[in-house]
Design a protein around this ligand. Structure first.
Ligand code: IMP
Length: 395
């Protein structure tokens, strides 16, 4: 007997609609849109190129005048080529009522960056949560990213996870978070040299670990990679800094009546929501911004007589990162810019040879700092990381 499903399986319009009869023709506005978008992107490409040349000459570019706080571009950006590739797939120019969105632009910039850096890439660093795996979860073995990261190592690239998650030298805690990936490495045909090109920088820039050929992580002593003058603060400086951060985080919990507790670590202090509670983004951002402001104010007053008396000084040398982790807030000693730069120095890779991939590029996020140290890709979830890596390995 014929299944009733068959009646629905073949859409009826296939036989009923004749495109000639309806005279469906390609919308001309798509071509006009495409030409306009390409013209705009060509101009931006030229602005970026001029900016790069002017930075070398230490003079001001047109882009600098338009966007005074613009940073450096470590490679050129082939935006028109990236747009053509994305438009072929997502038909951005064919949209008549919805103009290119923030996300469209972010994806065009990401692809342009991947196209530019691919031939010269030496070091690729990844944020952890929401970039390689879901928030607070472990790296799963069945993730497509396992195979893609193996391909990167097979291309003899240095690969590192630069994460805020800080567990000191407790290697087994990092191994647990990365368990699915490490299992994939173990099952792979990677050589010992390739495996040893995989690193983890925990606590932003505080705890460096390297993979060994038995697929176990080994803690690297600071003396092996830390030059003088970087992370240049004493243990006492760290304690006073964290005391000050903790005090403000507690004040936030109290004043906004937040159902949360404070967790203090050796190089970090955070606000953790109580079991089963979700704190609003606005409240988390308020904690970040008010703590940032409080710490900067304290650092500015370092030599002020009233601070000397109370012994509550915060050394301005202490670099830090206060950020909204999506469901929690953290203040870490150091930041990912330092983490990436230490890796670059250790692995002999310049900013134009380094790409950092992360999801936290707003000013309250902890990937933002890497923009000063290397090229970046701003993704919003592990699926987007997969898409960008697929492009990268195809280049
Ligand atoms: P990332 O996105 O890989 O940089 O990890 C950020 C998340 O790591 C935060 O949102 C926290 O949930 C978690 N985490 C665990 N330990 C720490 C720490 O010591 N400092 C900051 N974040 C931490």
């Amino acid at each position: 007997m014929m299944s009733p499903f068959v009646l629905y399986a073949r859409p009826q319009y296939e036989t009923l609609v004749d495109p000639d009869e309806l005279s469906i023709s390609k919308d001309k506005s798509a071509d006009t849109n495409k030409t306009n978008y390409l013209n705009v992107l060509k101009s931006v490409e030229e602005l970026v190129q001029e900016h790069r040349e002017k930075v070398e000459l230490e003079s001001h570019s047109r882009l600098k005048r338009l966007v005074p706080n613009i940073g450096n571009f470590f490679t050129e950006l082939p935006l028109t080529k990236a747009f053509e590739m994305i438009d072929n797939k997502h038909a951005i120019a064919a949209r008549r009522f919805v103009p290119p969105s923030f996300n469209d632009i972010r994806r065009i910039l990401n692809l342009a960056q991947v196209l530019a850096i691919a031939p010269q890439l030496k070091l690729i660093t990844f944020d952890g949560d929401m970039t390689l795996y879901a928030d607070g979860k472990d790296f799963e073995h069945n993730s497509n990213l396992v195979g893609l990261l193996i391909q990167l190592l097979r291309h003899n690239l240095n690969v590192a996870v630069v994460t805020a998650a800080g567990y000191g030298d407790e290697t087994e805690k990092y191994e647990k978070r990365l368990s699915g990936l490490l299992k994939g490495f173990k099952e792979s045909d990677l050589t010992p040299e390739q495996l040893e090109r995989f690193y983890v920088f925990g606590g932003e820039c505080n705890f460096l670990l390297q993979l060994k050929s038995n697929c176990k992580l080994v803690y690297i002593q600071e003396t092996e990679y830390l030059p003088n003058g970087v992370r240049d603060w004493s243990d006492d400086d760290v304690v006073s800094f964290l005391n000050c951060a903790e005090k403000n985080l507690r004040r936030c919990i109290y004043s906004m009546n937040m159902p949360a507790t404070v967790l203090r670590k050796t190089r970090a202090c955070g606000i953790i929501p109580n079991e089963g509670v979700k704190i609003s983004r606005e409240q988390l951002d308020e904690c970040v911004l008010s703590t940032q402001a409080h710490l900067f104010e304290k650092q500015n007053k370092y030599d002020h007589p009233s601070e000397l008396k109370k012994n509550t000084r915060v050394n301005p040398k202490v670099a830090f990162c206060a950020f909204n982790g999506g469901s929690d807030v953290w203040v870490d000693v150091g930041n990912k810019s330092i983490g990436v730069q230490l890796l670059q120095r250790y692995l002999k890779a310049g900013p134009e040879h380094t790409l950092h991939v992360g999801d936290q590029f707003l000013s309250t996020g902890n990937d933002y700092a890497t923009r000063a140290a290397c090229c970046t890709n701003w993704i919003v979830n592990p699926e987007e990381t997969e898409t960008m890596l697929t492009h990268l390995v195809e280049c």
